[in-house]
Write a protein that binds this ligand. Sequence first.
Ligand SMILES: Cc1cc2nc3c(=O)[nH]c(=O)nc-3n(C[C@H](O)[C@H](O)[C@H](O)COP(=O)(O)OP(=O)(O)OC[C@H]3O[C@@H](n4cnc5c(N)ncnc54)[C@H](O)[C@@H]3O)c2cc1C
Length: 491
Amino acid sequence: MSAFRVPQDRIQAVNPCAANPQGDFVLYWMTAYRRLSWNFALDRAVQWALELQKPLVILEALRADYPWASDRFHGFILQGMRENEALSRSTPATYYGYVERASGEGKGLLSALGQRACVVVTDDFPAFFLPSMIEAAARKLSVLLEKVDSNGLLPMNSPGKVFLTAHSFRRYLQQTLRDFLEHRPLENPLDRLPPLHSAPNLENLFHRWPPCTANDLERPDDLASALPIDHRVNACSIRGGSTPARRRLEHFIARHLSRYAQDRNQPDEDVTSGLSPYLHFGHLSAHEIFDAVGRHEAWSLEKLALKATGSRAGWWGMSEGAEAFLDQLVTWRELGFNMCRYTADYDAYESLPAWARETLKRHTSDTRPYVYALEELEQAETHDPLWNAAQTQLVLEGRIHNYLRMLWGKKILHWSRSPQEALQLMIELNNKYALDGRDPNSYTGIFWVLGRYDRPWGPERPVFGKVRYMSSKNTARKIRLEEYLSRYGKT
Ligand SMILES: Cc1cc2nc3c(=O)[nH]c(=O)nc-3n(C[C@H](O)[C@H](O)[C@H](O)COP(=O)(O)OP(=O)(O)OC[C@H]3O[C@@H](n4cnc5c(N)ncnc54)[C@H](O)[C@@H]3O)c2cc1C
């Protein structure tokens, strides 16, 4: 194969078929890493194209019928598609952007492309509907389908087991990550392709499944508004795509990284990166973020500590702010990917640790101080102004500051008839409104509220039992909130 290699532990064959060197092209089916750089799956597709001396076709499809599909998420994805379409025009790859105008309209497109492909490469994302969509595709294709993991710094398949605490996962990372940090996806993989003499003729496919043109993508929000998706969840001001993502990353590193350790829990300061939507939709890669932080810190591998203690600070050999940020970006974010990879029922109540289920069960019949229905929560109509402000931010902007997100979840547990109902309410509200929802870390955060990755706490309290308790009163005492409340609070 070519001079660069995608690490083998990131590649997995999903069906038993062989590659077909007689095919017309190599197909990269982009589903989770919606970007043209820093992407091991795209690198793998380029590697195949070079090996087989075939052109590369990139299919970026958007279906209409996934759960919680709305103007908000479609708009964000379409903004990224507009950029990918424009960027790929100056490369030898053929970009095929496809947007379903009616539910199910895209059925058959992948199989039709697959019939002409030498090999199909796709993204290995461990949550939401993506794993089952890829399994279904594998059954239909008669050519090799590979999925490639470009989620984080640690290949998901590497540990071979689930970690139940952040501390044990951090220790594992500190023991093993050094080797993986040397392998990074290419910044510009499409530059490796030779010039294209004649693009694959896809006319008969275009006839049945018309590609989304630059013209269609010119006004992504208008395009979304014409699709059969939920129009009540409106587009928000955060723009999708790799360019806005990089702008945000640069701004964060230049202005906020040095304050991250002290101020990340202060909603009024708003110093966190705001990168989670870009990470979720794959517009930005964890490797690129890590690279940018490392350059800013003049960092090199030699700076890593030799001893793995599992401690939050001190291992990377970077500034306090960078270490605290990487603990979220790498330890906490990849802990969620680890859970989804090794736990089939990661989104089921029964996947909580036994101590949490037991203590919550013992308190199921406790009287709740308030009980709210989904609609009341959704419309931010509780007695608690701080909670209402957090929910308002979620509905308006598709995000909640992390500290208040914890409180937001804890109060839903407090005000629901049962912990099982609280779980369903959190999943519904988070995944319906949060730009970064429907992600492995949606389940990290939501299940953390119920005790996952945590330990029993005393004193035992009504409703919560030994699960960690939070109150709006204590939160308001601990953190500065004036600006936050004036922006999102009800007058
Ligand atoms: C109830 C609840 C629900 C949550 N739902 C989601 C969700 O749907 N999607 C999501 O990505 N995160 C979720 N989180 C985790 C966290 O709130 C967000 O990742 C974070 O607020 C994103 O903001 P940021 O990009 O500015 O983070 P930064 O502080 O800048 O952190 C950098 C990156 O690290 C990761 N990260 C940060 N905090 C956490 C964390 N606690 N757990 C896992 N990864 C983290 C994210 O990828 C984030 O973009 C949830 C937390 C709670 C308590």
